[in-house]
Design a protein around this ligand. Structure first.
Ligand code: G3I
Length: 318
């Protein structure tokens, strides 16, 4: 049957995967599967600050360029991840004073977005990532503690100046349902847009777990953001489980994947769905949640799981 990307294109959506430079360089099955099935790539780590500007003013794009070249060869688009985050950002940034930190942020955005601005494969960016905590307050990161909340608007303005055509996104997790955190993002995006700050899109990471239930108001939540006039997208989908896998857990997981794809399909402003990896051979989940895993749509031997079939059939309209 046709690959995921063929069905997604037929529905006017992208289907994406986060990809890692090491596996792309070293593993043919990884490359072939990614190129066959997906129409969009998010570099999993290669465009983060620690990768692109490890020391001040010293930019390295080797990892990002390798992923963009792979995407270009395979007619895939690239979603840039991520410009301003509190993780994977070098210590030199974190220890700057306010005016130097603001200038460093603006320069970083200008250089990184500018590097890809004329590359037609690179279409969108996570400008700020995870700026709220789960209670809906702005996260007290070094960014906030040093600059106050103005860093968010400044980051979007710098990104727009560097690439007027890229879609500029705010991205977060635990925002799939209607809750304090998603409402805080909703209010921020509404307010920023009223002030003319160029926020084009809202990303819902969607790191789900079968043991916590599926957020039943996912589609309704996407729809309320769409009503603000922004694009929405599923940016980092995975559905973990307590190990070991079994057929019952796989079936539950498959329903979550299907529900997410169907929610995006039902919302015109939803551009597509990106999965945070694709094979259980490589996933952040077991490193972070001890005893959990099997969160993706291929097993560790690149065999398609029920979750693959669920995504496939949803995209195919089944
Ligand atoms: O590259 C080094 C390697 O040299 C070293 O030997 C090894 C030893 O631990 O670490 C390697 O770096 C790891 C890096 O991934 C690349 O593989 C880091 O330890 C590890 O912490 C890092 O994890 C990434 C994580 O973000 C860190 O913040 C995951 O791959 C990545 O999937 C994850 O992605 C985040 C999104 O960016 C934002 N949303 C949540 C999502 C999941 O945490």
């Amino acid at each position: 049957s046709a690959p995921l990307r063929t069905h997604a294109a037929g529905r006017g959506k992208f289907i994406g995967a986060a990809l890692a430079t090491g596996q792309l360089a070293n593993e043919a099955t990884y490359r072939t599967t990614a190129a066959t099935e997906f129409s969009q790539v998010t570099p999993e780590n290669a465009l983060k600050w620690e990768s692109t500007e490890p020391s001040q003013g010293q930019f390295t794009f080797s990892g990002g360029d390798a992923i963009v070249a792979f995407a270009t060869q395979n007619n895939m688009q690239v979603h840039g991840h991520t410009l301003v985050w509190h993780n994977q950002t070098p210590g030199w940034v974190q220890s700057l004073g306010a005016s130097a930190m603001r200038a460093a942020m603006q320069n970083h955005i200008s250089q990184v977005v500018g590097h890809y601005a004329n590359n037609p494969a690179v279409v969108s960016w996570d400008v700020v990532n995870e700026v709220f905590d789960d209670s809906g307050n702005l996260r007290t990161s070094f960014w906030y503690n040093t600059l106050g909340q103005s860093y968010i608007a400044d980051a979007f303005r710098a990104a727009r100046a560097a690439d007027p055509d890229a879609k500029l996104c705010i991205n977060d997790y635990n925002t799939e349902g209607i809750n304090a955190k998603s409402t805080a993002i909703y209010n921020l995006v509404s307010s920023l847009r009223q002030q003319g700050v160029p926020v084009d899109c809202v990303g819902f990471q969607s790191h789900l777990a079968i043991q916590y239930g599926f957020p039943s108001d996912f589609q309704q939540n996407l729809q309320r953001f769409a009503a603000l006039g922004v694009q929405v997208r599923i940016t980092e989908l995975d559905v973990r489980m307590v190990m070991p896998r079994d057929a019952t857990k796989d079936a539950t997981q498959a329903t979550y994947y299907r529900n997410v794809v169907n929610a995006c399909l039902a919302v015109t402003a939803c551009a597509g769905v990106t999965i945070w990896g694709f094979t259980d051979k490589y996933s952040w989940v077991p490193d972070t949640f001890s005893g959990q895993g099997a969160a993706l749509i291929y097993d560790e031997n690149y065999q398609k799981k029920p979750s693959y079939t669920a995504v496939h059939d949803a995209l195919a309209g089944g």
